[in-house]
Design a protein around this ligand. Sequence first.
Ligand SMILES: C[S@@+](CC[C@H](N)C(=O)[O-])C[C@H]1O[C@@H](n2cnc3c(N)ncnc32)[C@H](O)[C@@H]1O
Length: 221
Amino acid sequence: MSEAPTTETAPAFEFTEDWFSRHIPTWNRILAALKPTRILEIGSFEGRSACYLIEQCPKLVDGPVSITCVDNWQGGLEHKAGGFVEAVMSEVERRFDYNTRLALGRSAAPVSLRKEKRDSRDALARLIASGQAESFDLIYIDGSHEATDVLTDAVMAFPLLRVGGTLIFDDYVWSDQAPQRREPSRMPKPAIDAFVNIFHRKLALYQWLPLWQFYVQKVAP
Ligand SMILES: C[S@@+](CC[C@H](N)C(=O)[O-])C[C@H]1O[C@@H](n2cnc3c(N)ncnc32)[C@H](O)[C@@H]1O
């Protein structure tokens, strides 16, 4: 007796948030020119951006690709509402493991993924101490959104980036929506501005990126 043919469906990623997909057209342009083989990500959450890098980078280069993902999987300011952190960050980490395993299995070429579960300043200090200066082509800073942490991540990441490499900050204009929590110490922007101003002679800004234009609306007298 013959059985009816079954339709096999490929396993799906497990994402509950998407803060990344809208940036893909911009990242595609940057990566096509940069062709990064050594990548450092600060802040990985469920692995959405890491999975993009796992999929995209091997298509652009012949050699091996390595990606280091740093996250303490404790959540940041934006996750600390309603017990979210205590309740769910272990599940977020499980989804990171699952999603990146899936992406690695589907990758066009082998990618080496290193997961560093620790605070970013600890991870960055270890990378600096282990002699990895100027070894990364691309560093993505998307961890804590508190200004002191963002500034620390930027200053510590800088020596790890090779000359010609690219540093990307997420959430340049992010702030908490609740008015009583909208203050500069809880926003990435003052830290990114301070870093870019102080390191001005060591950086070139991508002039064609969307953030060059700001559209503001007056909302209070
Ligand atoms: C916005 S999410 C990252 C999103 C991810 N890049 C994506 O595309 O989906 C920020 C992550 O940074 C982590 N994080 C916050 N502060 C951190 C710190 N000081 N050290 C390491 N990780 C941190 C949080 O646990 C969280 O998973």
